[in-house]
Design a protein around this ligand. Structure first.
Ligand code: PLP
Length: 560
């Protein structure tokens, strides 16, 4: 009996033992996978989306008064006096030269939240109040022409903002393409739902350019990315999207998991860019539907958009290594292929700028899907997703009700499709064919030229570039680098609200235009230097600057 009982008990015990072992093994596997995931995160705060949101919520506001504003780095009195005089001179110049433009900006800002936001985030927030009060240049423009824009006061600026990257061929080209496109579709007008025949031509041209089978048209780059991820999830039946640290893919919640999004993105992994550990995560996790790549990150892997509002010291770094990035993309593509993960190149920014065939052609690596936007609209708003037929399909033949929905009232709008057609046709003209010829050498040469001039002038500034997309770096620790944007504007160079972190040139810049920009750039940097902003204590490092800001932050928290 005893023996029988033992035998009877032995079976569940054995089963329990085996079960327990399986549970322990599964827990260990899960633990290892978790550990690998945390190792695959970039060590910066940007690599830790949840934590960065939490930290953002803890940072209090504090603002420098007139005393502190000029001596945040404990500069001696004579330097402070130089800075004050320079600031007053600049402020007087801004008040006089940009009066009408600044006045309308102030008036409109009361009802335009975007203006309030961009106006507040041009410089590190501690300095923001005095800058806003004294250096308001305004956000309105009246005209564009060649490579210049003109404000409401009649000031002409060389445009280095590039309309967020849209302006590839020059403003005049887009004016022409919009007019041509509008004329082409005028008879149909703004009819939606059915297509203008020009759509069919766009499809044929984009198939050839993207080397993909199918496409869908959307109203913005953000929506094209949303649809790419949705389709990848639908076809793989997996939940998660991988994005790389620092990469921008529009403002949809799932691709913007950190600061800026009020809710956590639970189905997004943010992994370190150009990292073997990230490849291991892709090879082991079974829940990854797709990987998004923004090839602009090649200029500053793992760092976010280089905005001057984050320019608290001089640690901003950039540099482009085409061979290394192409090798990384190749390894990434292999890993995705081997693990059934959809590889999406987000070419909304760099598509048509680096090469006609986008980053696939430029880096020699073919993704499964590609998103376009910006310049492809010929000057009008657009987002396009191109992909392999099997991935683009929005329904299942064997499950008719299980569909993957995507619409959008204004998708394939005739006027947008007309302007897009004019853009695509322009690529096939003689001018279009030579657009990319020698472009890298040209822009690398221009960056080298400016760097040589900056070095010769003895200013602590240098530029790095990915073809015609540039970023300004600072070669010695300073708390005031963000002031350069205001000196540049005074010299007639127009930057976007993110400041010196992103300069975007249109490809119609001639050598003479560029020489003018380079001359003005150096002049601005020299004026800033003469006004004492780059004085620095040689013993002070970037790390020490950050530590001193941290101390201020604790003091501000205690004071609340
Ligand atoms: C790479 C990339 N993807 C997506 C987007 C979002 O495009 P849109 O602003 O048209 O929504 C952007 C915009 O800057 C982008 O640069």
């Amino acid at each position: 009996m005893e023996a029988n009982l033992t035998a009877v008990a032995a079976q569940p015990l054995a089963l329990w033992g085996a079960g327990a072992l399986a549970v322990v093994a599964a827990a260990a596997t899960k633990g290892r996978a978790r550990l690998m995931l945390s190792r695959a995160k970039h060590r910066s705060l940007a690599g830790h989306a949840r934590m960065s949101r939490r930290v953002a919520g803890l940072i209090p506001a504090w603002s420098y008064d007139e005393q502190r504003f000029f001596r945040a780095d404990a500069a001696p009195d004579e330097v402070v006096r130089l800075r004050q005089a320079g600031f007053q001179r600049l402020s007087a110049l801004y008040r006089e030269r940009f009066a009408r433009t600044a006045a309308l900006t102030k008036e409109a800002a009361t009802g335009l939240s975007d203006l309030q936001f961009t106006g507040s985030y041009r410089v590190p927030f501690q300095f923001s109040r005095l800058v806003r009060e004294n250096l308001s240049a305004g956000s309105f423009l009246a005209a564009s022409d060649g490579v210049t824009v003109t404000d409401l006061d009649g000031n002409r600026f060389y445009d280095l903002a590039g309309s967020y990257g849209v302006n590839l061929m020059g403003f005049d080209a887009y004016k022409r393409m919009i007019a041509e496109g509008a004329a082409q579709v005028a008879e149909l007008g703004p009819v939606l739902g059915a297509y203008h025949p020009v759509v069919a031509d766009n499809v044929a041209r984009l198939k050839a350019i993207s080397k993909m089978d199918e496409m869908s048209f959307h109203m913005s780059g953000t929506e094209a990315v949303m649809q790419a991820v949705r389709l990848a999830r639908y076809h793989t039946k997996r939940s998660h999207v991988v994005r790389f640290c620092g990469a921008y893919h529009g403002w949809w919640g799932d691709v913007q998991p950190g600061v800026g999004n009020p809710t956590p993105a639970d189905y997004t992994y943010t992994l370190a860019d150009m990292s073997e550990t990230s490849l291991k995560v892709l090879a082991t996790r079974k829940n990854i539907a797709c990987v998004l790549v923004n090839p602009l990150q090649a200029l500053h892997p793992n760092s976010g958009a280089p905005s001057d509002s984050a320019l608290v010291d001089s640690s901003r770094k950039a540099g482009f290594d085409k061979v290394a990035y192409a090798a990384w993309l190749e390894r990434l593509a292999e890993t995705c292929r081997a693990n059934g993960i959809v590889l999406i190149f987000d070419d909304v920014f760099v598509g048509f700028r680096l090469a006609k065939g986008g980053s696939a052609e430029y880096f020699g690596v073919q993704p499964d899907m590609v998103t376009y936007g910006k310049t492809l609209g010929g000057g009008l708003p657009v987002g396009v997703l191109c992909g392999r037929a099997a991935l683009m399909k929005r329904y299942r033949d064997d499950r008719p009700v299980d569909i993957c929905f995507a619409r959008g009232t204004f998708n394939s709008h005739p006027y947008v499709m007309g302007a897009m057609n004019a853009f695509l046709r322009a690529l096939d003209t003689d001018e279009g064919r030579v657009l990319y010829e020698g472009a890298d050498d040209l822009w690398n040469g221009r960056a080298a030229l400016l760097n040589a001039k900056l070095a010769e002038a003895g200013v602590p500034v240098s530029v790095s570039n990915l073809s015609s997309i540039w970023t300004v770096g600072y070669t010695q620790p300073s708390r005031y680098n963000w002031m350069l944007q205001y000196y540049l504007r005074a010299e007639g160079l127009a930057l976007s609200w993110v400041g010196t972190g992103r300069l975007i040139f249109s490809l119609n810049y001639t050598d003479a235009d560029f020489a003018e920009v380079a001359g003005r750039f150096v002049k601005a940097a020299k004026a800033m230097q003469a006004d004492g902003w780059w004085w620095h204590d040689p013993a002070v490092t970037n790390r020490m600057i950050r530590r001193s800001i941290l101390k201020e932050m604790w003091a501000a928290r205690r004071a609340k």
